[in-house]
Structures are given as structure tokens and as C-alpha cells.
Design a binder for this molecule. Structure first.
Ligand SMILES: Cc1ncc(COP(=O)(O)O)c(C=O)c1O
Length: 387
């Protein structure tokens, strides 16, 4: 049997590896607490679940959905963008449904990348941008994110020959894994830069509603001329505690949205309609749940930042996202070695920063999606061990 070169060249998926380590430790009888994966522990709000229960009973929803999504779902996305971002979207042409934004990163790469083309991806960054590029036969050019540059890519540092070969720049603010945010100057600059070089700007807004200290995350479409060159992926996963339901949307430039619809209609058969109806309830219903969830995450953020700083780590205190990014203590050999040692000695699972790219080396990511009693236990264990 011979599988494709593509399969051979795929690295093991970071979180599948972490899940394996957790399973192995549990088998060995270790009392594991995972601060590794960003998967909200707080349930989906009840009014959204109730909508799903009703929708599941309707036989119309038992049949194939349209890949682009129900018109009602796309209208709900448009009305959410109007209320939340003051952005007008034409639901017929500028919105499409997704089965989570992860698939769309891969599928959109297939829309844009020809073999040999380049995609510009940030390092550290969510690994799927690079994987999508690879599956499409392209190459990734890494843009380092550093504290000195406020965790923003330095567009002026990209060599001309790379710009000439590049088709797309992936950006993600609020950012995973760093929790960094981007300012207005950056959004304005990146849009003009994309237009000037004819490089598509794909903005991944997966953490749009998970924000702290009064910060409100913008859509890239709020900025002038964005619709000329931008597509935005937005997901209900983290914003509404809906990772398990797999529903998201792509919005923006109509040619790009249409390209994604074309690829997707050949690959999948759309998000289940009952789930789309559930998403309509989430997007158009009360925002009170979001406020409550963010209070919980913010308290956890404060606890984690405080504990890690007490232990002598240099910590980035995020204004958004579900992650705290911190430098490993001086004298530690590497992120992976530090994380392995912490699992062995304490049973606490952290994510090694180098899992997000070589510029993540020397850092760890702590996720805020663990229930408070377990989080407290984990922080006490870290405290006892490091001290
Ligand atoms: C930056 C980023 N984009 C996209 C996703 C995928 O989200 P989903 O497929 O659940 O919409 C994640 C999930 O962790 C993420 O961190």
C-alpha cells in the first residue's frame, strides 16, 4: 500500500499529540489537569440548546443542507455584523456558512494557492494556516511575532522576491497562542499593503467575543477598503461556547467568498440546518451570556497571570482570547523539555510554545478553559513544584 506524499509530509497535529500524552498519563494513574487545549468548559447557553432541540424535530432539517448555508443563517450573520461591527454585508454574496473555521482555513488555501505559491503566516501561529498551505502544494513564509513588535508581523521585513510569490497573508487577532490584539494602525496598514501587492488578507477572528478589561475586538471589515482584498473567518466556537457544534462563517470580498463556496460545495454538504438555526439564536439573541463568560475567563486570566508572575515567569497579560503566553524560567532547556518535566512532576499539562512555530520556542501557553477548582489545583501544584 502506498499513501500520498502529502500524508507522509504532514506533521503530527499538535493537539492530537497532546491528547495522546494526556491519555497515556491517565492510564498510568496520574491525576492529570490539562491547561493545554482551548476548548471552553462552560456549556453552550440553554436558550441556544433549546433552539437546537426544537430544530432537530423539524423533518426539513433532516435533509441535505445547502453548502453555502440557509439564507436565514446568512441574514443572521449580516445582522450580527451590523449590530456588533456596524458593517453592512450583502448576505447573498458576502457571507457563507462553515463547518467550523478550521475546515475553511484548509479549503480557502485550496482556493488561493497553486503549487509553488507562498502563503505568509505568523510564527508563532495557529498551525492550520501552514498545514492548509502545504495541502494545497504551497510554501509558508514565516513572519515572526515578537514582544518588541507588539506581537504584530513586520510587513516591511518581507523580501521582495517573497512578496512576488505570495498570494495570501493569514492574520489572527485576538491571537492564538499569544492573546495579542492588533491596533487600528495595523489594520489600516495591512489592508493598504495587501491592495498594493495584490496579496489576499485572511483575518481569522475566532476570538472576537472573548475580551477583557472593556476591550472590543474589531472586524477587519470595519476598516476602509477592506472589502477589496479581505476575507474574514468568524466562528461561534469560542464566542458562544459552541466548539462541539461546528458552525462558523466567512464574510468579506464577494469573489473570495464565492471561491470558498465553490470549493466547499464540492467537498462538503454544508453545516446541519438544525445547527445553523441554533447559530441564528446565538447570533441574534442576548449578549448577556458573553458578558458572564468573559467575567469567568477574566478572573481565571488574573489568577493565572498572578501565579505565573509570582513564580518568576515573564507573562503577557492578554486583553482577549483564551490564552496566557509566558516565557519559561531562565535556565530551562526548551519549551518541550519544560512542559514534559511539568507533566511528569505535577500532572499539569501546558502547551509548549514551539508547537506554534520556532519563534514560540522559550514560551508556554496556558489555556483558561479549565474549571476553577481544577485551575486552582493546577496553579497550586505548579507553585509547589517550581518553588
Ligand atoms: C486561531 C484559531 N482559528 C480557528 C480555530 C478553529 O476554530 P473552529 O474550527 O472551532 O471554528 C481555532 C481553534 O482553536 C483557533 O484558535
Amino acid at each position: 500500500m502506498h499513501l500520498s506524499d502529502r500524508i507522509e509530509s504532514l506533521p503530527p497535529y499538535l493537539f492530537a499529540q497532546i491528547s495522546k500524552i494526556i491519555a497515556k498519563k491517565k492510564e498510568e494513574g496520574v491525576d492529570v489537569i490539562s491547561l493545554g487545549i482551548g476548548d471552553p468548559d462552560i456549556p453552550t447557553p440553554q436558550h441556544i440548546i433549546n433552539k437546537l432541540i426544537d430544530s432537530a424535530k423539524n423533518p426539513i432539517n433532516h435533509r441535505y443542507p445547502e453548502s453555502e448555508g440557509l439564507p436565514e443563517f446568512r441574514q443572521a450573520v449580516a445582522s450580527y455584523y451590523k449590530d456588533r461591527h456596524n458593517v453592512e454585508l450583502n448576505f447573498e454574496e458576502e457571507v457563507t456558512s462553515l463547518i467550523g473555521s478550521k475546515e475553511a482555513i484548509i479549503n480557502f488555501s485550496l482556493c488561493v494557492i497553486n503549487p509553488g505559491d507562498y502563503a505568509l503566516v505568523t510564527d508563532p501561529g495557529y498551525p492550520v494556516y501552514e498545514i492548509g498551505t502545504m495541502l494545497a502544494g504551497g510554501q509558508s513564509y514565516k513572519l515572526p511575532l515578537t514582544a518588541e513588535n507588539d506581537w504584530l508581523p513586520d510587513l516591511d521585513s518581507i523580501p521582495d522576491d517573497i512578496i512576488a510569490k505570495s498570494k495570501i497573508l493569514w492574520i489572527n487577532y485576538p491571537n492564538n497562542p499569544i492573546g495579542a490584539i492588533a491596533n487600528d494602525d495595523f489594520y489600516n496598514k495591512v489592508i493598504e499593503w495587501g491592495i498594493q501587492h495584490e496579496i489576499i488578507i485572511a483575518h481569522d477572528l475566532a476570538y472576537s467575543e472573548v475580551t477583557y478589561d472593556g476591550y472590543i475586538a474589531p472586524s477587519i471589515l470595519e476598516y476602509p477598503n477592506a472589502r477589496e482584498i479581505c476575507i474574514e473567518l468568524n466562528s461561534l466556537s469560542k464566542s458562544f461556547n459552541m466548539t462541539g457544534w461546528r458552525i462558523a462563517m466567512a464574510v468579506g470580498n464577494k469573489e473570495l467568498v464565492q471561491a470558498l463556496r465553490t470549493i466547499k460545495s464540492n467537498i462538503d454538504s454544508g453545516a446541519p440546518q438544525a445547527i445553523q438555526e441554533m447559530a441564528i439564536e446565538a447570533l441574534t439573541g442576548t449578549r448577556d451570556d458573553i458578558v458572564e463568560h468573559n467575567k469567568i475567563y477574566q478572573l481565571r486570566r488574573d489568577k493565572v497571570v498572578h501565579s505565573l508572575e509570582n513564580l518568576g515567569l515573564t507573562v503577557h497579560k492578554p486583553k482577549a482570547s483564551l490564552y496566557v503566553w509566558a516565557k519559561i524560567p531562565d535556565g530551562e532547556e526548551s519549551s518541550s523539555a519544560f512542559v514534559s518535566k511539568i507533566i511528569d512532576e505535577t500532572g499539569v499539562v501546558l502547551t509548549p510554545g514551539n508547537g506554534y512555530g520556532e519563534h514560540g520556542e522559550g514560551y508556554i501557553r496556558v489555556s483558561l478553559t479549565t474549571p476553577d477548582d481544577q485551575l486552582d489545583d493546577a496553579l497550586n501544584r505548579l507553585n509547589d513544584y517550581i518553588k
